[in-house]
Design a protein around this ligand. Structure first.
Ligand SMILES: Cc1cc2nc3c(=O)[nH]c(=O)nc-3n(C[C@H](O)[C@H](O)[C@H](O)COP(=O)(O)OP(=O)(O)OC[C@H]3O[C@@H](n4cnc5c(N)ncnc54)[C@H](O)[C@@H]3O)c2cc1C
Length: 441
């Protein structure tokens, strides 16, 4: 028997624009008193809700409880850019691509994640927030064009469809002459992340007890695990940790996870005149040819979202000051792309937590007797979180899902370098690769 007390609990600053666009949620249901459940899941992001949904399919009569420290969608699950990408998306590479075998496996896994999410979207009536739109890669420089050419060559090897776009086609799409070329791939689903994740939680609420504003403060593992919260405790024989990088706060995967933040700004609703002057299509999502560049999304509501900049925050938190100062970099990226739109167009700014490992593998599996982890999505958590959550439920319930074996066959997350080398090295590397991104940022 061992007791693990959380070293810190999540406290994401500001709500994302996605969250702010939704109506205020009903008051939270908070766990109180002494309770029992057949299954307890910590974290209600993609991984946690996916695990809950899978368990509700596998063990429909069981009591399944989910504990979420914040409101649903307040954390990274409602802060992301909403690209559910089916193709390889290796952020630490120069073109997103990896080795051929590795990427074929990634595609299989990513599509399994998207399929499971599509099932939830259909079951819970979320079609408006889950659109099979595909994604664009945009190049702003010759170096970006080279990266696109390499990526397209890789797609051809993988036998994946794509379409190359010249500068004119990119201008017709985006309304800006900023991009000199692009690549379209059709398999990406675009979600309104906060609406999707809230919709999944609402859809599950008749089968699963979801407690919000209920951080797990300590975990006592044993024949029966006991999770303690501020106002109560819950006992369970089986526990799934789906709390992303925060799993390390309980002492699991210590010094094996990298806590990276990335940041976004969303404009106010642009006026009809501004939209007409801008031109381009109403809704599209574009990731940069250089993974360190800016992701841009235009949404049908007449807003544009810019995401860029990665920072290394081993204390798992950002600050108001960091969000504001990176917001200035968003303004520069925005002005370079959309000079016809006035400065001061940004209404919301936020940052959010990504969990990466040095060798780009998840923190997954049975980590103590009947304690399972579905964490660390290496920057593609909408898809991988969905998959790992589902597979953790399969593993815990003992189904013979072959993809479980595929994930278990991955190496464990590698140990980080000793401090202060790790922090200096990570910060220096991020500084360099983002400087090298140049105009792609
Ligand atoms: C600006 C931005 C853009 C991004 N863009 C994309 C994108 O386009 N596509 C993509 O795939 N990914 C993107 N990501 C990454 C993606 O958001 C994450 O990978 C994903 O949310 C991870 O899902 P998850 O369920 O594993 O973890 P999370 O979504 O982080 O959910 C974990 C939950 O656990 C809760 N928790 C933690 N500790 C406790 C505790 N002690 N007790 C109770 N609850 C706890 C947290 O509050 C959190 O809600 C982006 C991220 C950011 C910040």
């Amino acid at each position: 028997m061992s007791v693990r007390t959380a070293r810190r609990i999540p406290g994401d600053l500001r709500g994302s624009g996605w969250y702010r666009l939704l109506p205020a949620p009903a008051p939270p249901r908070i766990l109180e008193g002494r309770q029992k459940a057949d299954w307890v899941i910590i974290g209600a992001g993609f991984a946690g809700l996916s695990a809950a949904r899978r368990l509700s399919q596998l063990a429909p009569g069981d009591r399944i409880a989910v504990l979420e420290a914040q409101r649903i969608g307040w954390g990274a699950a409602g802060r992301n850019s909403g690209f559910m990408i089916d193709l390889p998306h290796e952020l630490s590479s120069e073109t997103y691509a990896g080795g051929l075998e590795h990427d074929l496996k990634q595609i299989r896994m990513n599509r399994a994640g998207i399929d499971f999410a599509a099932g939830a979207a259909e079951e819970y009536g979320l079609a408006a927030h889950f659109v099979r739109a595909g994604k664009y890669h945009g190049a702003a420089t010759n170096r970006g064009l080279d990266a696109l050419a390499q990526f397209e060559k890789h797609l051809a090897h993988l036998k994946e469809p794509f379409e190359h776009l010249d500068a004119d086609a990119m201008r017709r799409l985006t309304g800006t002459a900023f991009y000199v070329g692009g690549t379209f791939t059709p398999g990406t689903v675009m979600i309104q992340p906060a609406a999707y994740i809230r919709g999944v939680a609402q859809g599950l609420s008749s089968a699963v007890d979801i407690f919000e504003e209920t951080p797990a403060l300590s975990i006592e593992t044993g024949t029966e695990h006991i999770v303690t919260t501020a106002k109560g405790e819950i006992r369970t024989p089986r526990l799934i940790l789906a709390n992303n990088g925060h799993v390390e706060n309980f002492g699991f995967f210590r010094r094996r996870l990298m806590h990276i933040f990335t940041f976004a700004s969303m404009t106010r609703q642009l006026s009809a005149v501004e939209m007409r002057t801008l031109g381009g299509e109403n809704a599209w999502g574009l990731i940069p040819a250089d993974p360190m560049g800016s992701t841009i999304r235009r949404i049908a509501e007449g807003r544009i979202v810019v995401r860029n900049t990665f920072t290394y925050n081993p204390d798992m938190q950002t600050s108001e000051q960091q969000i504001d100062s990176i917001g200035e970099s968003h303004d520069l990226s925005f002005a370079a792309r959309f000079p016809t739109l006035k400065n001061g167009a940004q209404e919301y700014r936020w940052g959010g937590h990504l969990c990466l490992s040095l060798n780009a593998v998840p923190a997954f599996g049975e980590i103590e007797t009947r304690v399972y982890a579905a964490c660390c999505c290496n920057g593609l958590g909408t898809v991988k979180g969905t998959l790992y959550g589902k597979l953790a439920a399969d593993l815990a319930a003992g189904t013979r899902e072959p993809l479980v074996e595929d994930v278990l066959a991955e190496a464990a997350p590698e140990k980080l370098y000793p401090e202060p080398l790790m922090t200096w090295g990570a910060k220096a590397k991020l500084w360099w690769v983002q400087k090298r991104a140049g105009r792609e940022l």
